[in-house]
Design a protein around this ligand. Structure first.
Ligand code: CU
Length: 142
């Protein structure tokens, strides 16, 4: 009887684990690295991602191309900090740095992470592939 009860609870735990991980597995493909959002030649995968306040989002460049993760500064929720790979203080500084010297570049295998504290919608893009539609949105929801 005890064994049976043990198996039943282990089964429930395994099911919960799978559902928690499903977002990560979809982005990672055959790569086993732990991250939330991957990158193809011209897209973030997934382009839309939802987290809870206080959670950290990890981007991983698993493509052969070089990308950036750069927030649309004017669209950020009020009172939140600008974020960009390379650590620039403004969207303009990030754009200038990229076009002058590929500043903020995420090469293949590079990671970038941001911890989101405030609920809201955070739109971002990749500077070299903005025109190709390489855009993403993080939703931070209670
Ligand atoms: Cu890109």
């Amino acid at each position: 009887m005890q064994r049976r009860r043990f198996l039943a609870s282990a089964g429930a735990a395994a099911t919960a684990g799978v559902s928690l991980l499903s977002g990560c597995l979809g982005a990672s493909g055959s790569d086993t690295a732990a991250y939330d959002i991957g990158m193809t030649a011209q897209a973030f995968v997934e382009a839309e991602f939802t987290v809870s306040p206080g959670e950290t989002v990890v981007w991983h460049n698993n493509s052969a191309r070089t990308h950036t993760v750069t927030a649309y500064e004017a669209a950020l929720p009020e009172g939140t900090e600008f974020f960009a790979s390379g650590g620039f203080e403004s969207e303009q500084a990030a754009r200038d740095a990229w076009w002058s010297d590929r500043g903020g570049a995420l090469e293949n295998g590079d990671e970038f992470s941001v911890t989101f504290e405030e609920p809201g919608q955070y739109d971002y893009f990749c500077i070299p592939h903005e025109q190709a539609g390489m855009l993403g949105t993080i939703y931070v929801e209670e």
